[in-house]
Write a protein that binds this ligand. Structure first.
Ligand code: PGA
Length: 254
């Protein structure tokens, strides 16, 4: 596992976008795994500045709420359209989000898992980490080999995501999420984290016990993980394996 520590949130975007841009340049038909939430926003902003030809790129989102009306601004289909597809100039037909409005969400989840495989699997999966250690919506207790499925959101996750909705009760109770086993099949995992509120969970996930109580700890088993954290999020990491990066010095900077 490589852990890069950079000064601030914007620099997490610069470094992570540099890694993604290098993948797209070397493989113009790359399959990217994209994430929603606040953590990846600096990455998309920085990646847009690379002005890459994204016409051959495919993208799969990690998760979606179940039950929001089609076109709801906080549905991940809409968030991905606004923050990822439009900003990066992706072909909307090549961007997939689980169908949270499906009549049979379990079937939609299984179909989504199969679609990722049919696309040849994900080359690089961008990830954030929740305060309870979730990745995608794999809440504590998720099986480490779980597949894309319907899940209940943890209360803590609904509270964290209430900032995007008019009231906490408006946050859906269920989601479709890629499973931990699905995520682990991506060839490269790229975790981004910024802010002091992520310091405890980042250290637990990367350097604590590998346990379903902290789903992100499954990353310890993956052969190719890159973590890009700002100094605040990295504050509790033990120094071993941690590389401080000055963005202006790095080959992956813009
Ligand atoms: P955040 O969410 O990036 O908005 O902090 C991360 C997550 O819940 O996975």
């Amino acid at each position: 596992m490589e852990i890069f520590v950079v000064p601030d949130a914007a620099a997490t975007g610069t470094v992570a976008a540099g890694i993604l841009a290098a993948v797209v340049r070397s493989k113009p038909d790359a399959v990217l795994g994209v994430a929603t939430g606040g953590s990846p926003l600096p990455v998309y902003a920085a990646l847009a500045r690379h002005r890459l030809d994204m016409s051959g790129v495919r993208a799969f989102a990690l998760d979606e709420y179940v039950g929001l009306p089609s076109g709801h601004p906080q549905s991940y289909a809409e968030v991905v359209r606004r923050e990822v597809t439009e900003r990066l100039g992706l072909d909307p037909a090549r961007v997939s989000v689980p169908d949270g409005g499906a009549l049979d969400p379990q079937q939609a989840a299984a179909d989504y898992d199969a679609a990722i495989s049919r696309a040849g699997g994900i080359d690089v999966q961008l990830l954030g980490i929740g305060h309870n250690g979730h990745i995608a919506f794999n809440e504590p207790g998720s099986a480490l080999d779980s597949r894309t499925r319907v899940e209940n959101l943890a209360d803590r996750t609904r509270e964290a995501n209430a900032r995007y909705f008019a009231s906490p009760e408006d946050v859906p109770a269920q989601c479709i999420t890629q499973g931990l086993g699905t995520i682990m099949e991506a060839r490269h995992l790229l975790l981004v984290a910024h802010g002091a509120d992520k310091a405890d969970i980042l250290a637990a996930a990367l350097q604590g016990c590998l346990t379903a109580d902290c789903p992100a700890s499954v990353l310890q088993r993956h052969p190719h993980v890159t973590v890009v954290a700002d100094e605040a999020a990295a504050a509790n990491l033990r120094p071993g394996g941690v590389v401080a990066v000055r963005v202006e010095d790095t080959a992956v900077g813009v």
